[in-house]
Design a protein around this ligand. Structure first.
Ligand SMILES: [Zn+2]
Length: 334
């Protein structure tokens, strides 16, 4: 036991030393924003701070000082701690130019954290770090993006590289500089809940899992209980359904790529598939299904097997029922 503790202590000290080096790299790199975008992923610094054994509920997320210092290169940083319940405190960070967005996000953080917990459960870091970037280059730096970030991306959730069974670190939601202007206050709230849902479910989510489940679930969580009309949540899908043009299948992963030109429709279809499943089978069944489907890449046969085991439905029947649900929902009051 003591040997293990020693090793951990040594690792911790070594990591702390690395953070200092990382920080210097961040400062140097962010001064040359243009160059930062061109760097391959391996060169980009990771804002990492792991303090083994520290209880996240008792302390500010260790990434916060590092995030703050990397933001210093973009101007004065304002930080607003937000109690989110159960003694936990999240934080909203940004610059004075984004004050309006920061105020909306700070006022919504506790309610959004509670809403995500009500669906997903309490088993996640309920002290979120939320950052608003002041420019595309700062957004790229804070999300460690490489290449140009598509303009459609309003926000992104990032975390340090993660191995199942270990503790997730460095999780933060980053909003782009135009998010508030493009989305409005109500849209900011929905996107916050969407991203917090990704944060909550990250520990059981393997990259490459079916996108309709990963994004549809986050969208379902974003709008759950908000009484948003379907015409607002899924305008394209609704217009098409009313014209008799229903989806033949669950949206394929490729549809979610911004370059597909169909990403909005894919998100709307993903939302509606999850909203239908929750409506028909209940929220808990949807959460259980997420856990099953998010375990890694799956072809159609693998998805069908999970649907059969989890919901007792065949793939074909489920798609058929989803289409019928879409027809009834999109024609209600139309
Ligand atoms: Zn998402």
């Amino acid at each position: 036991m003591s040997a293990l503790r020693q090793v951990r202590g040594w690792l911790s000290a070594k990591r702390r030393f690395q953070f200092v080096l990382t920080l210097v790299m961040v400062s140097a790199l962010t001064a040359a924003c243009g160059a930062l975008l061109m760097l391959p992923n391996s060169v980009l610094p990771t804002l990492r701070a792991v303090v083994p054994g520290q209880d996240a509920s008792q302390a500010t997320d260790p990434q916060v000082p590092l995030v703050k210092r990397s933001m210093d290169a973009y101007g004065k940083v304002v930080a607003e701690p937000v109690p989110t319940g159960s003694g936990r405190t999240g934080i909203v960070l940004g610059h004075p130019g984004q004050r309006a967005d920061l105020d909306v996000l700070a006022s919504e953080l506790a309610a959004s954290t509670a809403a995500v917990s009500a669906l997903w459960g309490q088993d996640w870091n309920r002290a979120p770090v939320v950052v608003v970037a002041s420019s595309p280059s700062e957004f790229a730096a804070l999300t460690r993006a490489t290449g140009d970030v598509p303009a459609e991306v309003a926000a992104s959730t990032v975390a340090d590289p993660y191995r199942p069974g270990t503790q997730l670190t460095g999780q933060r939601v980053v909003f782009g500089p135009d998010a508030g202007r493009r989305l409005g206050a109500d849209g900011l709230r929905s996107v916050l809940r969407h991203e917090l849902t990704h944060m909550a479910s990250r520990a059981v989510t393997v990259d490459g899992s079916p996108m309709w489940m990963l994004e549809g679930f986050a969208e379902y969580s974003a709008h759950r209980g908000m009484r948003h009309p379907i015409t607002q949540i899924a305008p394209t899908l609704t217009a098409r359904a009313r014209a008799g043009d229903l989806p033949d299948d669950l949206p394929a992963d490729a549809m979610f790529e911004p370059s597909s030109g169909k990403a909005s429709l894919a998100y709307e279809q993903g939302w509606s598939a999850c909203a239908f499943i929750a409506d028909r089978y209940g929220d808990q069944a949807l959460v259980d299904l997420y856990r099953q489907l998010a375990s890694g890449p799956k072809d159609r046969a693998a998805v069908a097997a999970v649907l059969r085991d989890s919901l007792g439905a065949t793939y074909t029947d489920l798609v058929g029922e989803w289409r019928a649900w879409l027809t009834s929902r999109t024609t209600e009051g139309a």
